[in-house]
Design a protein around this ligand. Sequence first.
Ligand SMILES: Cc1cc2nc3c(=O)[nH]c(=O)nc-3n(C[C@H](O)[C@H](O)[C@H](O)COP(=O)(O)O)c2cc1C
Ligand SMILES: [Fe+2]
Ligand SMILES: [Fe+2]
Length: 394
Amino acid sequence: MRARKIKENVYSYPYVDWDRRLFDSLIPLPDGTSYNSYLVKGVAKTALIDSADPKMLEDFQNNLKSIQKIDYMIANHAEQDHSGLIPVVLARFPEAKLLSTPKGKDFLMDLLAIPAERFQPVEDGQTIDLGGKTLQFIYTPWVHWPETMVTYLKEDKILFSCDFFGSHLAQSGLYATDEAKVYESAKRYYAEIMMPFRGQIKRNLEKLAAIDIQMIAPSHGPIYPRPSFIMDAYKDWIGDTPKNIVVLPYISMHGSTKLMVDRLVNKLAEEGVETFQFDLSATDIGKLAIALVDAATVVIATPTLHGGPHPNVAYAAMLANALRPKAKFAALIGSYGWGEKGTIDKLVAAIPNLKVEVLGTVFQKGLPRPETYDVIDQLAVTIAQKHKENGYKN
Ligand SMILES: Cc1cc2nc3c(=O)[nH]c(=O)nc-3n(C[C@H](O)[C@H](O)[C@H](O)COP(=O)(O)O)c2cc1C
Ligand SMILES: [Fe+2]
Ligand SMILES: [Fe+2]
């Protein structure tokens, strides 16, 4: 898309990827995504903040034609979806300096083979004056790489946050007007990219609290004219206390495990616990990741297949382990034909990062029987009690 003015001498270049359907070859993108680049013009100097994904090359080059001069290319983050077209900027503007954290410099030299002499590393809190427009660089490590920073435009009180607060949402409008829609897209983004770094995010949010931010302009998804909307959402997501929620990823080949899942979900509902169940043969795993943000308990349900959990379930367990949700409890249920031990051992071994107490393992040979349902009901009661004791709310 062409330049869109957001403030006097501040422009957004939204590169909207309407039809992208997978991010990091991992998380589905039902609503596409965008890579946003921003131009800030001072009386003396001009800065471009972040570039875009290399697939946007043609559109990006067209836009560069109408920019007379770039003095500073600012790389908030070295990942290629924002840095990939920086070499194009540096080639068109041979005098331009590339501003990043020192760690960002190392990354950009490795990932894009940019020569050292193009860099002008910035310190935490450092400012540059463009002439009536002052940019301040604030280190925000681990959102979501070690080198990440954000850029604050003092006069207009705009925070250019790159991935931090980003959302996977393609739209032609510049702003987060439909907040309910943006909330889901931003939570999907958070769940995959940010959730493993909750502790660091908390510190970064505290750091940003000292700054008067009137607008957040991320490099994915729409701009937030009401920053408290997304900052409050982040505070909620990174909080240590989970909600009164169970997440239940499962597979059932012949229906036995499914009967156990249905029983558990029904009983949990009666006990006042909300459950999100996901059939891993069909589900959008982004939805599973979103549900993991708040869940207090993860119940994994699988039949035994070739001496272990169904591979889809093993995958979901590995994914949950990698995303490090705040869940406090887990349970394993399922059905088997002649032995379940390998299944339980392999699942437990797959989730070391989940610091969970295992509340039960219920494995039934073949179809669940009345006694199986009794044990499942008891498991639901135990889960509900644990949630209540710990004060988890819906
Ligand atoms: C391809 C395949 C491999 C299986 N491998 C095992 C196994 O290694 N150990 C076992 O106890 N049962 C094994 N089973 C039997 C299933 O675990 C058993 O039928 C179970 O009740 C299926 O649960 P479901 O109805 O939820 O799919 C296997 C079944 C299939 C279809
Ligand atoms: Fe990134
Ligand atoms: Fe990104």
